[in-house]
Design a protein around this ligand. Structure first.
Ligand code: NAD
Ligand code: WQD
Length: 338
């Protein structure tokens, strides 16, 4: 199939391009490079030994999308494009709502016009209310988001669910990612955050490589196994395979449906630091700091629905995630800026 991949130059998008090409699909990427580098796509081509069609531009540019649909016989789309930095969304809500909602709307409008009605959407575990018991299933309560970024995912899910309800020809998979980490095993592509990383794994790997002095562990008094926050970390290549599985599902099913993409296992911050040091035989200096506002103690998935309906399951281990994150970081200490 010819798959339109918005945000395909980004972290998850680039890894998904590799899996799509390996599965025999064609990859057509639209990305404005707001948070990525075109070099990532060159490396995707190197890994897969196949070409990626790349259109540099904004998904909210309806004329650009029309041109892509004119020039390529698109069968379905994966919509990764969006802004994803939680604290930035608090300080720049208008940018986040504009980018994340209007990109989804524009893409759907063009797809509907072209009669292309299969869509995979990048959602997030952040759509779940913090009041839920663990593990989170797709039936857990959503909403009560704690930041504008989370609301943009919640609203996009609502929008897509309403579109599928109004027109029974749509097939939409809402993929709720837990905490993606790791990199392609080649070390050629990986996560390359701009500025100081907000997320745990890039902070750990940048500390290990000497770009940061030490990791601050946000909170040591949570009601968890060792007092530090617990999350469901998933290898980005497993996540990428989940998208290929979702496309298979869309061929057989109509309507909108949500799927958790996680491992179902909770790992604490201290366990992650230890696993990283052990897997890579490298030191990660850290100190304890106060809790980070907005953080929950524990968050992990019940991924059984994805296993049953998408026939997909995360296979890589925590050691794989730590090893591959480090491999990428070590080979590319300054990310794609090298
Ligand atoms: P990323 O920033 O690496 O990738 C997003 C890509 O979209 C970037 O290449 C960026 O340049 C592009 N982009 C942004 N706005 C655009 C626009 N208007 N037009 C064209 N391109 C645009 O982020 P990622 O980690 O790969 O995340 C991909 C998607 O998954 C995002 O929607 C994100 O919200 C979602 N998600 C990410 C995580 C995570 O922890 N990484 C977790 C849950 C959900
Ligand atoms: C993980 C754990 C931190 C950094 C975020 C978004 C979420 C989703 C994924 C997109 C927590 C601790 C972190 C550090 C630390 N993104 N930590 N020191 O917060 O679970 O989720 O990314 O949808 O929406 O909120 O991930 O990697 O930031 O934090 O101690 O320097 O690591 O407190 O317990 P989080 P994270």
């Amino acid at each position: 199939m010819n798959v339109l991949i918005t945000g395909g130059a980004g972290y998850i998008g680039s890894h998904t391009c590799v899996e799509l090409l390996n599965a025999g699909h064609a990859a057509i990427v639209v990305d404005n490079l707001a948070n990525s580098s075109a070099a990532a796509l060159k490396r995707v081509e190197r890994i897969a030994g196949k070409e990626v069609a790349f259109y540099e531009g904004d998904v909210r540019d309806e004329a650009l999308l029309d041109r892509v649909f004119d020039e390529r016989d698109i069968d379905c789309a994966i919509h990764f494009a969006g802004l994803k930095c939680v604290p930035e969304s608090v300080s720049k809500p208008m940018e986040y709502y504009d980018n994340n909602i209007n990109s989804t709307l524009t893409l759907c409008r063009v797809m509907a016009r072209r009669g292309v009605k299969r869509l995979v959407f990048s959602s997030s575990a952040t759509v779940y209310s913090a009041q839920n018991a663990m593990p989170l299933s797709e039936n857990s309560v959503t909403g009560d988001c704690t930041n504008p970024y989370g609301w943009t995912k919640y609203i996009s899910e609502r929008l897509l669910t309403d579109i599928a309800a109004a027109d029974g020809e749509w097939s939409i998979a809402l993929l709720r990612y837990f905490n993606p980490i790791g990199a392609h095993e080649s070390g050629l592509i990986g996560e390359d955050p701009r500025g100081i990383p907000n997320n745990l794994m890039p902070y750990i790997s940048q500390t290990a490589v000497g770009r940061r002095d030490e990791l601050t562990v946000y909170g040591s008094d949570y009601d968890t196994k060792d007092g530090t926050g617990v999350r469901d970390y998933i290898h980005v290549m497993d996540l990428a395979k989940g998208h290929v599985a979702a496309i298979g599902y869309l061929l057989e099913h109509r309507g909108a449906a949500a799927f958790n993409l996680g491992t179902g296992k909770g790992v604490s911050v201290l366990e992650m630091v230890e696993a990283f040091q052990r897997a890579n035989e490298v030191a990660v200096p850290f100190r304890f700091g106060p809790r980070r506002p907005g953080d929950v103690a524990t968050c992990y998935a019940d991924a059984s629905r994805s296993e049953k309906l998408l026939h997909w399951r995360a296979e890589k281990t925590l050691e794989d995630m730590c090893r591959d994150s480090w491999h990428w970081q070590r080979l590319n200490p300054q990310g794609y800026g090298e």
